[in-house]
Write a new protein. Structure first.
Length: 80
């Protein structure tokens, strides 16, 4: 059985939310490379001009370590 994937999410609000989320994703990509995580799924989504997110998807077995290091605002089970 395949391990569950967890989407760790950082919320950004305000007029600079989209740019901040895009910049945060750069750092998430750097973290994936530096820590040699099993998955390489990152992204950012803009919901409106005042709310954007950046996200990183990790295997459930890596979630606690990554969560404690990067302190996301929330998380959810990732479905492709």
């Amino acid at each position: 059985m395949q391990e569950r994937k967890i989407k760790l999410i950082w919320d950004f609000r305000g007029t600079a939310a989209a740019k901040t989320a895009e910049h945060h994703e750069i750092h998430l990509k750097e973290y994936v490379t530096a820590k040699k995580l099993n998955l390489n799924i990152t992204g950012c989504t803009t919901f409106n001009d005042m709310h954007s997110i950046a996200f990183l998807v990790v295997n459930e077995s890596e979630m606690i370590t990554v969560r404690d290091a990067l302190k996301p605002h929330r998380g959810e089970v990732y479905t492709e």
